[in-house]
Design a protein around this ligand. Sequence first.
Ligand SMILES: Cc1cc2nc3c(=O)[nH]c(=O)nc-3n(C[C@H](O)[C@H](O)[C@H](O)COP(=O)(O)OP(=O)(O)OC[C@H]3O[C@@H](n4cnc5c(N)ncnc54)[C@H](O)[C@@H]3O)c2cc1C
Length: 643
Amino acid sequence: MGAHVTRRDFMNGVALTAGAALIPQEMWAAAAADLEGQDAKGYYPPAKTGLRGDHPGAFEAMHRVRDGAFWEDAPKPTDTGESYDLVVVGGGISGLAAAHYFRKAAGNKARILILENHDDFGGHAKRNEFRAGNRTILGYGGTYSIESPAPYSSVSKALIEELGIDVPSYPKYVARDLYRSFGLKPHLFFDKETFGSDKLVVNALQVGGDESGLSDTPGQAEFASFLKAAPLSAKAKQDLQRLVTDDKDHFPGLSSEEKKARLARMSYAKYLAEVVGVGGEIVKLFQAMPHPLFGVGIDAVSAQDIWGFDMPGFAGLKLDPGPGKGMNRDAIRSEEAAKYFFHFPDGNATIARLLVRKLLPVAIPGDSATDVVLAKVDYAKLDAASSSTRIRLNSTVVQVKHVGDSASAKEVEVTYFSGKKVKTVRAANCVLACWHVVIPYIAQELPETQKQALASAQKVPLLYTNVLVCNWTAFQKLNVNSIYSPGMYFTTATLDLPVTIGGYECSKKPDEPIVIHMMKAACRPGRPAREQHKFGRIQLYTTAFETYERNIREQLGRMLGGGGFDSARDILEITVNRWPHGYAYEYNSLFDQFWLEGGEQPCHVARKPFGRIAIANSDADAYAYTDCAIDQAYRAVQELTKK
Ligand SMILES: Cc1cc2nc3c(=O)[nH]c(=O)nc-3n(C[C@H](O)[C@H](O)[C@H](O)COP(=O)(O)OP(=O)(O)OC[C@H]3O[C@@H](n4cnc5c(N)ncnc54)[C@H](O)[C@@H]3O)c2cc1C
């Protein structure tokens, strides 16, 4: 194996409401008017470019519910007269998996409706599709790959196998030596605003070792060249040299456990500055490294978690191997889990598409996990009255309540908003597979303590951008395959992972078009993680596409200009997937006392079933991974069907 770049590698290896503003009435009405019917001719959301992810038209109604304004001017609900065995709120992997498990338990004739507020199914597992000449080029708009810090459970593994995905076969699809054969390496871009001058340097800070298999681990010689070339002060260079060779015991007299306990209570930024004693330039260099995994910088990630990634500064502490108390689950290494990896060109959107094909074979042609890569979804067939399972897009659920007393009710009424209309359906069971922060607003009959626990699941805001360029000759000239840019708007820019599968051909020659993937974590360093996430969420919702575009063009021009890259000439398309509600919030020893000291986890309170309602989504185990979305769907369905 080893021929993959995991999200963990993006951290090491790339080296290495308060709420949004109140939505004015006219704005949400305009957004609603834009919603197309999924049976309209040519309806094909994966091919849309511009602002995607949580796109305009998807969130305005829910924000009005949050602000208490929705019912002020909403039309009177109309009863569709539809009645289901199960209604699922949220068409992400968790919601689709819940429908799948329910159908297995209740039989193929079970009537199931999935309601999803976006114009596409899959949730974070979003497919971006481009055309360049007569070629289809795919990108992942969110969920990148089958991977997890801990091994997949027997439940989630069984589903992956049932969908026909042969995880161990992955190496045969990835061109692991492609970029290496052109001499491309990860680079670091020093920007003049942060470091005094713009400079692209081979990144020799791959302190965790490069597990990607796409580039070689830098050695001593590369580190020496890095130090020489980096626009850092002499003092900063000395600091960096000292840091990577550091063998001082900074906590003499403490046991390994006591040292880990200290590290769990201080950020890596503080550890670097106050314990190791390096200067601000080095802290800035490392600041954004955890962005891809945590959505915040080293100011809000514990030193213990960073130790888990083999970052420098800990050798002299001689810590016992194995996780300390309060370690983040992402920071705990599992060899078994590391081997379980698969990246499709559209990421885990392929899992969502395979689930939809299982539920509605008429909507997606084909019969294998490879032929699905190029298969076209017939969106008009997703919500056919003749089907027992239906997927209704552009439908924001605004209310879920039992018909009568929750203890004895036989049905739940689900109200949703869709293109200026408010409608109701009824169901014997309901799985809420949507984001937990939404649930207190739509399921108001839940107990207050549960609503508080649900509301604490502040998602991690992220921007995943796909930029289609006509060639990658600038990357070739500069010998670059990925760039870590700690001071820039986007922290990483990476050439697409070269995967050829099911008739889909990745870009193999520098003169061919390719997707550059750029990532930004919207955060505000120096504050507790949840506050940073709130700030970032507002920032992502209130930034116009033009601003994102300007930053993309300027940043790529500055980083790659030396290789002849010209943003005006070379960029063909841009798709900005904004995820103000991105990763599930994972507990953090710096800010969550219960996680450090041992106490009830809010997600356990949040996911309790209530009457005929069960609760899924990756929030339900505070773990931002696909296996969690699947496991929680399975549990939620068990709760409904085993009563
Ligand atoms: C940018 C990004 C990259 C990621 N990369 C990976 C990765 O590489 N590997 C991995 O394992 N995991 C990754 N994840 C984590 C990812 O969240 C999970 O893997 C999984 O896709 C989550 O599925 P879900 O169904 O629980 O949630 P979601 O995918 O968020 O689906 C929930 C759905 O509910 C909908 N919804 C919300 N409110 C309502 C409402 N009122 N009415 C109707 N629908 C509603 C939402 O719009 C959404 O579509 C990534 C996440 C993000 C954001």
